[in-house]
Design a binder for this molecule. Structure first.
Ligand code: GLA
Length: 407
């Protein structure tokens, strides 16, 4: 593998795995699946911790997907198996699904079936076999990929005809109310609605009105490097909920529906009116929304390189104001920028996870090597590195449904 190949990712790898996943399904369940679907993980270019404030984000889909081979059942049973699991098939009754009743990874797909049924959609059971290349625990939305692939598969298996943003909302509800994680809607919107060679301009207040912003990185002589720090600090879960509550409290104190309703012009006056501990949170959200608007303008002008300083400024805000970075992500950002990256930032919820670095095409190896060396010198495990071309959102891989499921 030469160096160019090593850092190129055409996003076709997972599509070619559909046949193998269908075959594994047949061996497990003794019949062919009705179809094979895929839903990707994501990295967010800019717009972090803004979605639950009704604000903006700009994610791109990863070439890594969760694949699902699925076959509808008429007896109300939901059977789940994952190639990354312990080998067992989990068997549940759709009628008995309830928050808290399912633990571990199966809560995410089961939660989607529960959320669809709870929204009044006529869904029943299914046999499901998952196989994923989305790294887990790396802040790359492996759980959203798991939810969203079930949402798109069920949409077709049960002929629901739901639009993408509605499937994303169902998947988010599964995560919030069934799996108990108080996330916003960005990850699910990215997994369902992203398109290849584009970033998704999301307005979390009106997700149905999202826009595709063309992003031909290679055409502009650029590359996007993902640096998975391979650390995940435990305080993540509780801290996310506390930050979200802090933002909601600040909005209430300011008499606003959400922090999205505060702009840069009103920021100074608003900060004077808030208790000291809420000031940095509000400052981050308002400046971060402005960074998304700025980034979208630059991309629309065809100047993706201008994203570099916006990314690095976003990281400083997450580190100093929102305080969700950690020594490893700070080190990855600093080492990448020192090695010539145009800009870098942590991506996702924080407290570990991944960093993205915008680099000149061909310098991925040098930047990645510099980060790896800095990690070694600091006594950290080497990070996992890969390059990303903005890839497609959730889709069916096998062109025709093998069997129409009448109801
Ligand atoms: C996690 C959540 C998202 C979003 C990000 C931070 O990924 O799932 O909804 O809030 O953190 O931007």
């Amino acid at each position: 593998m030469n160096r160019t190949d090593q850092w190129a990712d055409d996003g076709q790898g997972d599509d070619s795995r559909a046949g193998g996943v269908a075959e594994a399904f047949g061996q497990l369940y003794g019949a062919a699946p009705d179809g094979v679907w895929a839903a990707p993980g994501r990295v967010n270019l800019i717009g972090e911790h803004t979605d639950y404030n009704d604000g903006f984000a700009l994610p791109v889909a990863l070439p890594q997907n969760t694949l699902l081979a699925a076959r509808a059942r008429t007896d109300g049973l939901l059977r789940l198996h994952s190639a990354q699991g312990d080998g067992r098939i989990t068997e549940l009754s759709v009628a008995a699904l309830a928050p808290g009743a399912v633990t571990g990874w199966a809560a995410y797909p089961a939660g989607v079936v529960w959320a669809l049924a709870g929204a009044g959609h006529p869904v029943g059971g299914a046999d499901l076999h998952f196989d994923s290349t989305v790294p887990t625990g790396a802040g790359l939305s492996s759980s959203a990929a798991l939810e969203c692939v079930v949402a798109v598969a069920y949409d077709e298996l049960y002929q629901l005809g739901l639009p993408g943003p509605e499937l994303a909302r169902i998947a988010q509800r599964a995560e919030n109310a069934f799996a108990g994680v108080p996330c916003g809607i960005m990850d699910q919107m990215a997994s369902v609605c992203c398109t290849a060679e584009a970033a998704l301009h999301l307005d979390a207040r009106t997700p149905w009105d999202h826009r595709q912003v063309p992003l031909d990185l290679r055409g502009q002589g650029l590359g996007l490097l993902v640096i998975d720090t391979r650390v995940s600090h435990d305080l993540g879960d509780g801290a996310y909920a506390a930050l979200r509550a802090g933002c909601e409290r600040a909005a209430a104190l300011l008499g606003l529906p959400a922090l999205r309703d505060l702009d840069a012009a009103g920021l100074h006056k608003a900060l004077d009116a808030l208790p000291a501990e809420l000031v940095p949170l509000v400052r981050h959200v308002v400046t971060e929304n402005a960074r998304v608007v700025e980034a979208v303008s630059r991309l629309r002008e065809g100047d993706a390189a201008a994203l570099g300083p916006i990314l690095t400024a976003g990281h400083a805000s997450l580190r100093d104001d929102y305080r969700v970075s950690c020594p490893e992500t700070d080190l990855a950002v600093a080492a990448a920028v020192d090695a010539g990256a145009l800009g870098a930032r942590m991506t996702g919820g924080g407290f570990g996870g991944s960093v993205i670095a915008l680099v000149e095409a061909g310098s991925e190896g040098a930047v990645g090597g510099a980060v790896t060396a800095a990690f070694g010198a600091a006594g950290h495990r080497p990070p996992r590195l890969f390059a990303v071309t903005p890839a497609a959102g959730a889709r069916r891989l096998v062109p025709q449904l093998a069997r129409a499921v009448g109801r």
